[in-house]
Design a protein around this ligand. Structure first.
Ligand code: FES
Length: 111
């Protein structure tokens, strides 16, 4: 199991969820009322699933693809540890994953 911790943009709200290996972070977030629209449903075409991964967990994740990095260039408030939740999956060797909401989102599909 992975303990997935969602932190609101201002840090005031924390939601912790146990997830099985192989679960997609976007679906976990949506199931637990996190503000990630995921408009393009994982096609890497919207950036509305942008999250900021805790620094201590960022290096444990597989590197983002070129397509993911390109889409993150358009994400609101993107930082060095930004990822698309539609491209993140829990894993058996990942006991914990902490992500913060960016506070706003840009839907590249509506541009
Ligand atoms: S759901 Fe659109 S980029 Fe992730």
């Amino acid at each position: 199991m992975t303990l997935v911790r969602f932190i609101s943009a201002d840090g005031s709200r924390i939601v912790e969820v146990d997830a099985k290996p192989g679960e997609r972070v976007l679906e976990i977030a949506q199931t637990h009322d996190q503000p990630l629209e995921g408009v393009c449903e994982g096609q890497m075409a919207c950036s509305t699933c942008h999250v900021i991964v805790a620094e201590r967990h960022a290096a444990l994740l597989p590197r983002p693809s070129v397509e993911e990095e390109d889409m993150l260039d358009f994400a609101w408030g993107a930082s060095r540890h930004s990822r698309l939740a539609c491209q993140l999956y829990t894993a058996a060797d990942m006991p914990e994953l902490e992500v913060r909401m960016p506070g706003a989102a840009v839907n590249m599909q509506s541009r």
